[in-house]
Design a protein around this ligand. Sequence first.
Ligand code: ZN
Length: 254
Amino acid sequence: MTAEPGNGETGALVLFSGGQDSTVCLAYALDRYDRVETVGFNYGQRHGIELQCRQRVRAEIVRRFPQWEDRLGSDHMLDISSFGAIGETSLTSDADIVMLESGLPSTFVPGRNLVFFVYAAALGYRRGLHRLVGGMCETDFSGYPDCRDATLRSLQESIRLGTDVPFEIETPLMSRSKAQTWALAQELGGDALVTLVIEQTHTCYQGERGTRYDWGYGCGECPACELRARGYWEWREGIGGQGKLSARSPSAAR
Ligand code: ZN
């Protein structure tokens, strides 16, 4: 079995939500690969703000980084709202965000990243894009089991077996702290990319964009805002951005 014709070696499909992490991943892919497409998922999120940010981020990248313009290809939006109906948690219903007995926050949607990658692989197969890039991170992120490196390595193997195509799942942020993610943005696109992340991306669980902090827009109090703010200040103060990982180290991406 063969995939559709395409540039599977030098292209990438980026799981792109319009948030900080996936925006840095998009820049990471544009810096490395000749053809980069983006995929987003509508699964009934409580707030559509992140999804609205997607198009603004893409437009700003083209405007501010002409060297990436020719590389940035199509955007794909996939409706998987039936999945959101299964995961009745805070992000997809009106329930408050709390810590559950399992030790996971109620924002956890079981298996979400597994579903994202399977859909992305099916799309990548058709588009001839065999590298799937996602912003999952196991250092900072609340212990979500589907963000773990071991989970995604296993999923990569399953996708390879299930498609007969040597897909690669690439997660450049996996072992980076939030401060190191800010540092990576700076390394990839300088102050212009840092500014783009601050002004255009959205991370807040509450969907709040009324207040502009130094690190961007948000409520300033939810777990996502706290992580983003803490990482920003650690980076600015030089605490967390100088870790042993080289920001460009390919080994950090796998
Ligand atoms: Zn918030």
